[in-house]
Write a protein that binds this ligand. Sequence first.
Ligand code: FES
Length: 191
Amino acid sequence: MAETMVPAGAPHGAAHGPTPDGGTRRDFLVLTTGAFAAVGVGAVVWPFISSMNPARDVLALASTEVDLTPIAVGQAVTVVWRGKPVFVRHRTAEEIQVARATPLSELKDPQPDQARVQKDQWLVVLGVCTHLGCVPLGQKPTDAKGNYNGWFCPCHGSHYDTSGRIRQGPAPLNLAVPAYSFMSDTQIRIG
Ligand code: FES
């Protein structure tokens, strides 16, 4: 295709001759051909690359949306985000009040409850014990919730409170709060 760009009637040698910018016409033609080739290859490769993109469900794991509507006060759900469990708890007024009344001086990893939530009633934390990574109990109504009515990690006995803060046992840190945002009053997007 590029060869057709040689001016009609130009002597064959012109294709190799010097150009005003010091290069040769052959260079120009080669580069032009290369550019066309790149476009051509791009056009062919694109559908292939596209088909290699992560599937929709894999992409969805990068951010997980949670409908809060069905979670009644006092209930919790576990959702999977990037392969990890995330606990979403709809806290009762009493759970919020107890979390807020706790002096920071009593905490191993001092953090006010207000700094761990965006809306008082919704606590969103990674369900991964900060000791050695077990998934603590406390999500189901029948689960042990530990001495502070939050979560209990049976692996080595760590107790978390209603703000997901470590209160007793070997875990060094509070349950982590993942990045999330409220898309509406009843929907959050984690990640
Ligand atoms: S992993 Fe939870 S207490 Fe050890």
